[in-house]
Design a protein around this ligand. Structure first.
Ligand SMILES: Nc1ncnc2c1ncn2[C@@H]1O[C@H](COP(=O)(O)OP(=O)(O)OP(=O)(O)O)[C@@H](O)[C@H]1O
Length: 479
């Protein structure tokens, strides 16, 4: 039971293929290339659905969609956009559009969506009823720094828009440095809990025996060292979002208590009797592959199913090379904002960056771009500078660096003596302390830049500085 479709599109080639595909399926298509034409058509005729582009010669196709939905509440709207930013995806969803198709889209998918939209309308359902929020652009945090135009990132943006108006638990999966924390942040900032707190906990950065008190708080005297009562992250996040980073690194006992908290919506402070109701939205993330951990019994299966309500998979950067140019330019602007000279990259330079494997993903690209901005002699970063910075970052196993570490470690082991069961922790501390001090010296005590230099999550660094008793302020210089 195809119907009458209004297609608002100023790109003649796209308008032609879309209308041909719809007409093949029996739809009647009226085409227009402007907002004026759209409004004239809507005033005179009834349409079963409208497909609209965003950037039109006489204005923005999303801007007044709220008004159109009010005037034509039964007409599903499908947005086609070449402006593939998270911002557009969210604006499209916020207007209550039935579907959002970033260009280039698959024509069959589009035709299928039109059938579905028209079918739903015939079934009497309110089109777009799943997205009821009527405000658009002004609420969207300017410049949310989530860059990506690849198909893969469009899929991520779409998933993000689907969880903004509900409290479903989200599990963000992806290799280290792919932007998991940034996605968690975007879900909070753009979602309906944005006025509440966003609290992040990194399970990998907290010693196993402290994690429960970190999450749930403790009463005074609950254990040695608990000299005062402490409020845990769950309670701090009340009314907002709790981001559980590196969830795959959570010790077994804490997993059990976390599961109980998620099931009951209540927590108990360590050493406390009373159960406290908390209202938090959980966003978890991990760079581990949880399936084998479940099989090996190191990650609770029931906890996995609790968390994995809406999985969002962040693809590694090497699988979305077409994002590299936009990301590189974004980081050059950020670097300039952080006080480094404003540099440019030409196409040859970007093509070279696109060919790199980026094992450290977006974080590695960001660090490389910062180094390039620092090292380049001219405003335009040349290929030689890129090659030398890339080579300095790559230390194949067995080279002199590795050998240096090896012998230093053996030397350290020789004098460390027996360190009963805590060898790993002690070695790590012996290694981390001078490393972090070096990074802080280089950045004059700026923790954010030190974390960037190290390629570490800033929360991880902050936590480790506390653990290792390093005071970043002592590296500040008054230059
Ligand atoms: N799509 C993106 N657009 C802009 N910046 C990004 C993007 N993805 C990641 N970044 C930047 O890359 C760095 C790493 O991102 P983030 O800390 O979110 O990664 P992660 O997956 O949480 O890493 P880890 O698993 O190591 O904690 C951050 O500085 C972040 O701002």
């Amino acid at each position: 039971m195809p119907g009458h479709i209004l297609l608002v599109e100023d790109d003649n080639a796209i308008a032609t293929v879309v209308s041909a595909a719809l007409e093949d399926d029996g739809f009647v298509v009226t085409r227009t290339d402007s907002l004026v034409g759209r409004d004239r058509n809507l005033a005179g005729q009834h349409f079963n659905a409208m497909l609209t582009d965003v950037i039109l010669t006489d204005g923005d196709g999303i801007d007044d969609l709220g008004g159109i939905r009010k005037a034509h509440p039964d007409m599903p709207i499908i947005i086609l956009s070449a402006q593939n930013t998270l911002d557009t995806a969210v604006r499209a969803t916020d207007t209550g559009a039935f579907e959002y198709f970033p260009k280039p889209f698959d024509l069959d998918d589009l035709v299928r969506a039109v059938h579905q939209a028209v079918g739903q309308q015939a079934g009497g359902q309110q089109a777009g009823a799943r997205n009821t929020v009527e405000q658009a652009a002004e609420n969207i945090g300017e410049g949310l720094p989530l860059v990506g135009r690849s198909q893969a990132m469009q899929g991520v943006f779409r998933m993000i828009t689907r969880v903004l108006r509900n409290d479903l638990t989200v599990l963000i999966l992806g290799e280290s440095g792919t932007g998991k924390e940034l996605v968690a942040d975007a879900i909070h900032q753009l979602g309906h809990r944005k006025t509440g707190p966003f609290v992040a906990v990194n399970a990998a950065a907290i010693p196993g025996d402290l994690i429960e008190s970190e999450l749930f708080g403790h009463e005074k005297g609950a254990f040695t060292g608990a000299v005062t009562q402490a409020i845990g992250k769950f309670e701090q996040a009340n009314g907002g979002t709790l981001f559980l980073d590196e969830i795959g690194d959570m010790p077994a006992e804490a997993q059990t208590r976390l599961l109980r908290a998620l099931q009951s919506g209540r927590i108990r402070r360590v050493g406390g009797r009373q159960e406290i109701a908390v209202n938090v939205r959980i966003v978890a993330a991990t760079n581990r592959d949880l399936k084998p951990m479940i099989a090996a019994g190191t990650f609770r299966e029931d906890l996995f199913y609790r968390l994995n309500v809406v999985p969002i998979q962040l693809p590694p950067l090497r699988e979305r090379a077409d994002d590299i140019g936009a990301l590189a330019k974004h980081f050059l602007r950020l670097a300039a904002h952080d006080g480094l000279p404003l540099r440019q990259l030409d196409n040859a330079a970007i093509a070279l960056l696109e060919r790199q494997p980026w094992r450290g993903n977006v974080r590695e690209l960001q660090n490389t771009i910062y180094r390039l901005a620092l090292m380049a002699r001219d405003d335009l970063i040349d290929i030689e500078t890129i090659s030398s910075v890339l080579n300095e970052g790559m230390a194949p196993a067995g080279n002199s660096d590795g050998a240096g570490f090896d012998s230093a470690l053996h030397g350290w082991l020789a004098v460390a003596g027996p360190v009963g069961g805590r060898l790993y922790q002690r070695a790590l501390a012996a290694f981390e302390k001078p490393l972090f001090e070096f990074a802080l010296q280089q950045t004059a005590g700026n923790q954010l830049r030190a974390a960037q230099l190290l390629g570490l999550n800033r929360n991880t660094l902050r936590k480790r500085l506390v653990d290792l008793d390093i005071n970043p302020d002592q590296f500040m210089t008054d230059r």
